[in-house]
Design a binder for this molecule. Structure first.
Ligand code: SF4
Length: 452
């Protein structure tokens, strides 16, 4: 049987913009690692990763490209090169899943959804010379998911990425996770995760789940067993994960996570006023109540864990003053690291449909315009200010949040609050990363000439 050459490509935003391009924040393309693991063992597989090196043409028999919305224009460029040479191309990932008709213009087949339930059929159809235009995946049992081929990832990633669960039962207006991974929370086998962690040479780990403690007792028990397993196996990794604010109500779980190596938790706080949380349907924070934020932060710090607070600027009930007040709130709160993004309506979300149906998008040239969808450009008409006002007040806010004197103060505060120097150093490094992103221009050139 012929040995096929499969080339997998992780494209980058050609403007080098967005949260995920700095050394410390790059994330390995886990989806491509899973696709590689699902490919017959006799195939030769290579990953070209533009996070590290610009794509140059390489011979292949079959090409698979993954992409976010902000990298899809580059994905199409690369796909077009291979198609012009008659080499079949498949595009998957979160953007292509939301906009399969657009992606289909640039490739032979589009994978909508997760690869586990589609890739074996794609391989069979490729071998038969009979690729279908669209393959639609279902939400498979994660216990059947193969371990990603970490050996194919670029060795330059600071953090190894590991996934322990998928899906989210919540329904935040701006989030594409439920559309892509479904509302049901699905869990991987704990021993398999521990084996994967043990196999990785990296000391630093990013647990990429949307919520490491999940929703409900089974998910919480899964997290607990995982943390206990990390301790029992003496893994000695240091890690951060995303979670929800209600983890603060579980001090024993927090302390267990810290003993298992947790240094930082990313929490979607989004806003500090109920009206703004209602805007984006952030039910969990609304249910807990903004008056418990400070108490929750204290509980997380008590375990020695730093908080990476994710906030959004430009919500529909935001005036310029509201954005300023959010920045003041962030500085006065004990959040250790700030990820303050500009509201970005991604394809696949209700927010995207609303903006499209009400003609509020400012970007009109696609697919190039998708490159603005990286969370630090103003790409829509805000409800209560002009785009230029939003860009201006975000720039002011970033200037206030990322001065070196404030970051030094923040470092000492994190050290004091967590009583953990190592945690404070993690927070410091993360803040430097966000600082370099914050120094970019935040209005997109597509319309900046005529948006005043
Ligand atoms: S933002 Fe978080 S809680 Fe909300 S839908 Fe997305 S993953 Fe779920």
């Amino acid at each position: 049987m012929k040995t096929h050459r499969l080339l997998l490509v992780n494209p980058a935003n050609t403007w080098r913009r967005g949260f995920l391009l700095r050394n410390e924040s790059r994330q390995a393309p886990l989806g491509l690692g899973i696709v590689a693991a699902l490919t017959p063992s006799e195939w030769k597989i290579k990953i070209i990763d533009e996070n590290f090196r610009k794509f140059r043409f390489q011979e292949a028999d079959f090409v698979g490209i993954t992409s976010f919305t902000s990298t899809i224009a580059r994905a199409y460029e690369i796909a077009d090169i291979y198609r012009s040479k008659g080499i079949p191309v498949v595009i998957g990932g979160i953007h292509a899943s939301a906009m399969p008709d657009e992606a289909a213009l640039h490739c032979d087949a589009v994978i909508v959804g997760e690869a586990e339930t589609t890739w074996p059929q794609v391989i069979a159809d490729f071998r038969a010379g009979n690729l279908q235009k669209i393959y639609r995946g279902s939400y498979g049992d994660m216990k059947q998911s193969p371990r990603p081929r970490h050996d194919l990832f670029h060795p330059g990633y600071y953090f190894a990425s590991v996934q322990t669960s998928r899906g989210c039962p919540m329904d935040c207006e701006f989030c594409s996770v439920p559309a892509f991974n479904g509302h049901k929370y699905r869990l991987r086998d704990v021993n398999e995760i521990l084996d994967e962690l043990e196999s990785l040479p990296h000391k630093l780990i990013y647990l990429v789940d949307d919520n490491i403690i999940g929703y409900g007792t089974a998910a919480e028990a899964h997290a607990r067993t995982l943390f206990e397993g990390m301790i029992a196996r003496g893994l000695k990794k240091e890690w951060f994960a995303q979670t929800s604010l209600n983890i603060a109500e579980k001090p024993d779980l927090l302390h267990l996570a810290a003993r298992a190596g947790c240094r930082m938790m990313l929490i979607g706080i989004e806003a500090e006023k109920p009206a703004q949380l209602k805007d984006v349907n952030k039910k969990l924070n609304l249910k807990m109540g903004i008056d418990v934020y400070a108490k929750s932060f204290r509980a997380i710090h008590k375990a020695g864990i730093a908080i990476l607070g994710a906030f959004i600027y430009g919500l529909d009930s935001d005036t310029a003053d509201d954005v300023r007040q959010r920045t003041t709130y962030i500085k006065r709160s004990s959040v250790d690291v700030t990820q303050a993004s500009i509201l970005t309506p991604l394809p696949g979300t209700r927010l995207f449909e609303t903006m499209k149906n009400t003609d509020r998008f400012l970007v009109s040239k696609f697919p190039e315009g998708w490159q603005h969808f990286h969370f630090t450009d103003v790409i829509f008409k805000p409800a209560l200010m002009t785009p230029a006002e939003l860009a201006q007040v975000v720039t002011e806010s970033y200037d206030r949040l990322f001065t070196m004197s404030y970051l030094r103060f923040s470092f000492l505060r994190t050290w004091w609050n967590t009583r953990n120097l190592r945690t404070a150093v993690w927070a410091w490094n993360s803040n430097l990363n966000y600082r370099s992103i914050a120094r970019e221009k935040h209005i997109c050139s597509d319309y900046s000439q005529n948006s005043e």
